[in-house]
Write a new protein. Structure first.
Length: 1099
């Protein structure tokens, strides 16, 4: 019997050797440095957005793909990790970290092409690469995309090298391409560089033998030789038929037709039918061809090009959509126009794919389509995701190139990349050099043509800069020719040196390096995380070259002959060279000057001795071996400096913008504050239960950090007292600070914080004069080296100017209870009533009213009262919805009014007092009258609060007039003249103008005695002149009998009394006039009280 697999020895499962052990150790190192301390850095702006969108998907709040935030893959993966491991910075970054390790692992599969040493050194450089390491510890899309881009390269080049032409490599490539498109739009760049190179491979395999004498016969390829005339007829017919829908849609103007169901159905039929017929026609033809046992034979490069081109063709539809004058980002009225193009391109792709190899194409297309549909529709819950993916991805990316986010100069990557990726940059130069400089006529001609075209292009640019009149068309043409020749030279050089299929990947490396450098330089958006796409091919090429150098050294012999000494002497020589370059000898005869001179001489002597000893070693080792060992020593030193650079970037300066690989980067302050807030919450109300108010200006990263806090309160750009109610902590961005401080200044401590900052960008204004000064001025030179080597700037981080700030507010009672500010404990003073000294006890001389009730003389929640000239007392009996009149001795005289709810459905209680007479429903009735005043004409003016109006009665209670309806002004004293939210109090000036507090609208309105609107003042807020729940009014009229006077307002929820001087632009009679009131703030005083915000508890 066969033993169970459980009984098999674990060691027997694989054959271990030193190579596998080294790779295992390398992968462990890559894993550790990518996953350790993932919570050591504040989430940056973009990072917190990505994490938060994934959190919404995880919680069921929904996710819909938007090309603004790249593809959907990352959000689904993050949501899965939240489900498995919880929600935190660590779980938001763990997926990219693991995929970063996956990139290192994938290089193992490049061993057949770049060698065992080359693959290991390439993986090592990827492991320690500052850019690739940092952004593998970052919640961004690039690491995911790079992983699948490498997988695509492996699949394609494995297929090219596979004599069996196994279909599974094509299927893996189709899946990788679909994942790339579901991650980020840079997939189009990666697809373009691979597709263009494969086209050049086809041309090389087809016609290369004409230019290369020793071209291997077995590598020749005639890409179209096996196609028949009927194949061509079906192909052309299928393409033309597929495009019929676009032509009909365009020529008949169907884009402007109606959008009813009938028209929509007709449009869909017109657009779908032609490509569908073309596909069916091609399928039937292929079926007949298979029955006849006829199958065209294509070369491996042609296979790869056809498959990749047909899969991605519909995604390139925005180019054609824009060319036809439509907007690819219009998913509503323009969706049919976009659909017409997409349907046509799907038809073309299917026809070509079926004619190429129906079985393989259908399987690959199913894999490709299945992946993108699942992700872009969020598992079939968002149908529009198909449109935003296929059309919107490239459409949005193209639209952003003119925006040029970041505004970086064209030489941005030339500055940033060498600061971090100096090792792969240096090691990839020999690979590029070998591709461009070769001893054959074709390479020489191409190189000369390339240099001439570049020279003409740059020369024309200089002439244009000096006022030349050469057209931009000529400049663009020369640039296009120069770029074409650069790519052609690189491809020819690579293929000429590596002509066999198994070597095409090495031939691809110089082409890939140049293409990425040029593509990302030309692209409008230049950002530090895109350095990863430039760095990876240099790491692979550099590892390949380093591996070839190591393999050429006979190490056993070299070790016996002094290889170790050669390495040590190289280190000493480098140190001496640095000493010579750093010192400034013969400056003066001071002690410092003589010291510099002596150091320079000592370094010069040591360097000379070292050269002499190295020359002696060359006789023993051989010059080439010595140079290789010395070069490898330099590489080792640069590798150690790379490790130091990566460590500083990801573990020391990870929150600071003295690093140029950051942009719009989060400072350490938000993460520090969140840990403090977590501690406050834990010690007061429990884990994450604290109420925290935050605004739109500080929303990133706090939207993410507060996503799991159920009591977090977002108030946007409108701070208010309600927003901060019961919130011990508030986070306010600098944009809203001036509005928020008045609410917080008294009861909160404020701590100034840095939210987001940017690196120094002085390089944007670089000129030749500045470059010259930087080289010749010792001080500038030292400052430059401090930045390059140590990231040390003259401006300290605490005074960094490129920063967006926010403030942390902590309520004083909470801070005093939990925090130790380092001062001596304060002695607790007894609480003293601030009004105690002014309090007077006054005995009642008379009591009016017979207790609570509804009978005459009884009252229910009386709100206000007024005394007429004859001594009659009028009381707003609010709870009984009436006015009661009492004699001076308290005898009930009369009452009027009943409940009427004019603004409730059915108007309960409301009656028409005179039937068909002039009065209207509800006239003379009230709903909780709050304010009452006697006018100069003797009439009684009542604030009918919840009927949102002012009613006037004569002294006997007869209805005279009314004005006002329900109006909301959203807390601003603008518009809504004469309407009310809730009138509360009334006061008169000397000429009979009414002042009414419109409480809910946070304003005071002024009317003449007939209800004519004169003006308004206030609006919501806490600054002087603004109100929050203004209720009571008192007016000290002008002594001269003029309108206006000194107005006192009980600003309830601001817990203060405000005083205003009211004047008029023109004197008014009591009957009204043309003047308008003007309010001038005089003073205010706080009220230790009025803390309740109850609807009924008002002063």
């Amino acid at each position: 019997d066969q033993p169970s697999w459980l009984d098999r020895s674990l060691v027997s499962l694989t054959t271990w050797n030193w190579e596998k052990a080294a790779w295992t150790a390398l992968l462990i190192v890559a894993l550790v440095i990518r996953v350790v301390a993932l919570n050591n850095r504040t989430a940056s702006h973009d990072e917190s957005e990505h994490a938060w969108f994934a959190y919404n998907l995880f919680t069921g709040a929904g996710y819909q793909h938007s090309p603004v935030y790249h593809g959907p893959f990352a959000y689904h993966v993050l949501a899965l990790f939240y489900l498995l491991f919880g929600v935190s910075d660590v779980t938001a970054r763990l997926p990219t970290a693991l995929f970063g390790v996956g990139i290192v692992w994938l290089i193992w599969f490049m061993r057949p092409w770049i060698g065992r040493f080359g693959a290991f050194f390439a993986a090592l450089m990827v492991t320690i690469s500052p850019a690739l390491l940092h952004y593998a510890r970052h919640t961004r899309h690039d690491t995911f995309e790079i992983f699948f881009a490498v997988l695509l390269l492996i699949a394609v080049f494995r297929y090219l090298a596979d004599n069996e032409r196994s279909a599974h490599w094509l299927y893996i490539g189709a899946a990788a391409l679909s994942f790339m498109l579901a991650i980020k739009e840079v997939a189009f760049i990666d697809g373009a560089v691979l597709g263009l190179f494969l086209v050049l491979v086809i041309l090389y395999r087809w016609q290369g033998w004409r230019l290369k004498r020793d071209y291997p016969d077995e590598e020749r390829e005639a890409p179209l030789a096996s196609t028949s005339r009927s194949d061509w007829l079906v192909l052309v017919g299928g393409i033309v038929l597929s495009m019929v829908g676009v032509a009909v849609f365009r020529l008949l103007g169907l884009a402007d037709a109606g959008a009813d169901a009938l028209n929509t159905g007709i449009k869909l039929a017109v657009l779908i039918a032609p490509p569908l017929i073309a596909i069916v026609m091609a399928g039937l033809y292929v079926r007949r061809r298979e029955n006849d046992e006829i199958q065209p034979a294509f070369g491996v490069a042609t296979d790869a090009v056809v498959l990749l081109a047909t899969l991605i063709l519909p995604w390139l539809s925005p180019f054609l959509i824009k060319a036809l004058g439509y907007d690819p980002l219009n998913y509503t009225t323009g969706i049919m126009a976009s659909f017409s193009v997409v349907a046509a391109l799907v038809g073309v792709a299917a026809v070509v794919g079926l004619l190429w190899n129906a079985r393989r194409w259908l399987v690959a297309a199913a894999i490709f389509t299945g992946i993108f549909v699942v992700f872009f529709t969020t598992f079939f819950t968002n149908g529009q995701g198909v449109a935003t993916g296929v059309v919107g991805s490239l459409g949005h990316w193209l639209s952003q190139q003119e925006v040029a986010r970041g505004g970086q100069p064209w030489y941005y990557y030339l500055l940033v990349t060498p600061l971090y990726e100096f090792l792969p940059l240096l090691l990839s130069i020999p690979v590029l050099f070998r591709a461009f400089v070769q001893r054959n006529r074709v390479s020489i001609v191409l190189l000369i043509a390339t240099l001439v075209s570049i020279g003409l292009w740059l020369g024309l640019g200089v002439l244009r800069g000096e006022g030349g009149t050469e057209s931009s068309l000529v400049n663009d043409g020369l640039r296009a020719i120069a770029l074409m020749l650069i790519f052609l030279t690189a491809a020819w050089g690579g293929l000429n040196a590596h002509a066999r299929r198994g070597q095409y990947f090495v031939a691809f490396l110089p082409f890939l390096i140049l293409f990425n450098w040029i593509a990302y330089t030309i692209a409008g958006e230049k950002m530090p995380w895109l350095v990863t796409h430039i760095s990876l091919p240099m790491c692979i090429a550099g590892g390949y070259w380093l591996g070839t150098v190591v393999e050429r050294v006979e190490w056993r012999t070299a070790w016996r002959r002094g290889a170790l000494w050669a390495g040590l002497l190289t280190v000493v020589f480098i140190a001496a060279l640095m000493g010579v370059l750093r010192s400034q000898p013969f400056q003066d005869r001071s002690l410092a000057g003589l010291s510099n001179t002596s150091q320079w001489l000592a370094a010069l002597v040591v360097g000379g001795v070292t050269i002499f000893l190295l020359a002696k070693l060359a006789g023993r080792l051989g010059t080439r071996t010595l140079l290789r060992i010395s070069g490898l020593t330099v590489v080792l030193l640069l590798g150690l400096w790379t490790v130091r650079t990566s460590y500083a970037l990801s573990f020391i300066n990870q929150n600071y913008v003295n690093e140029y690989l950051f942009y719009a980067h989060a400072s350490p302050d938000p993460l520090m504050d969140m840990r403090e807030i977590e501690d406050i919450s834990r010690r007061t109300v429990g884990d994450k239960q604290l109420r925290i108010a935050y605004d739109d200006d500080a929303s990133w990263p706090f939207n993410w950090y507060l996503s799991t806090w159920p009591n977090a309160a977002y108030f946007g750009a409108t701070p208010s007292r309600e927003a901060f109610a019961d919130a011990p902590v508030a986070l306010v961005g600098s944009k809203n600070l001036d509005q928020a401080r008045p609410y917080l200044a008294r009861d909160y401590y404020e701590f100034d914080r840095r939210l987001i900052w940017w690196p120094n960008e002085d390089y944007k204004n670089v000129t030749w004069d500045k470059i010259k000064l930087g080289i010749t001025d010792p001080t500038k030179r030292r400052e430059f080296l401090d930045v390059v080597l140590w990231r040390k700037f003259t401006t300290p981080m605490s005074q960094w100017p490129l920063v967006h700030r926010y403030s942390l507010f902590v309520r004083k009672d909470v801070a005093n209870e939990l925090w130790d500010f380092g001062a001596e404990p304060a002695a607790f003073a007894p609480i003293v009533d601030p009004y105690e000294q002014g309090m007077r006890e006054v005995a009642a001389s008379q009591i009016i009213g017979f207790g609570q009730g509804v009978s005459d003389g009884q009252l229910n929640t009386p709100r206000n009262m007024a005394v007429a000239a004859d001594g009659t007392i009028y009381v707003a009996d609010s709870g009984n919805h009436r006015i009661q009149a009492f004699a001076a001795d308290g005898t009930p005289l009369r009452s009027w009014g009943t409940s009427c709810e004019l603004y409730t459905d059915g108007q309960p209680g409301c009656v028409d007092p005179d039937g068909s007479g002039p009065l209207q429903v509800g006239d003379g009735q009230m709903r909780e009258p709050w304010g009452i005043a006697i006018g100069p004409d003797g009439n009684i003016y009542v604030a009918d609060t919840w009927n949102h109006r002012v009613i006037v009665f004569d002294p006997d209670g007869n209805f005279v007039r009314k004005w006002g309806t329900f109006v909301t002004t959203n807390g601003e004293a603008v518009g809504g003249e004469g309407g009310f939210w809730g009138p509360r109090a009334i006061a008169f000036d000397a000429v009979g103008n009414l002042y009414v507090t419109d409480t809910g609208n946070k304003r005071v309105q002024v009317f003449d005695s007939d209800g004519g609107f004169l003006g308004q003042y206030g609006g919501g807020g806490v600054v002087p002149g603004r109100f929050d729940e203004p209720v009571g009014l008192a007016l000290l009229p002008n002594a001269a009998g003029a309108p206006g006077g000194t107005l006192f307002v009980a600003d309830t929820w601001n817990r203060r009394v405000q005083v205003f001087d009211v004047t008029f632009t023109d004197n008014l009679s009591g009957g009204g006039g043309a003047g308008r009131p003007e309010f001038t703030f005089v003073r205010e005083w706080p009220i230790e009280g009025w803390s309740s915000q109850s609807v009924v508890n008002k002063p």
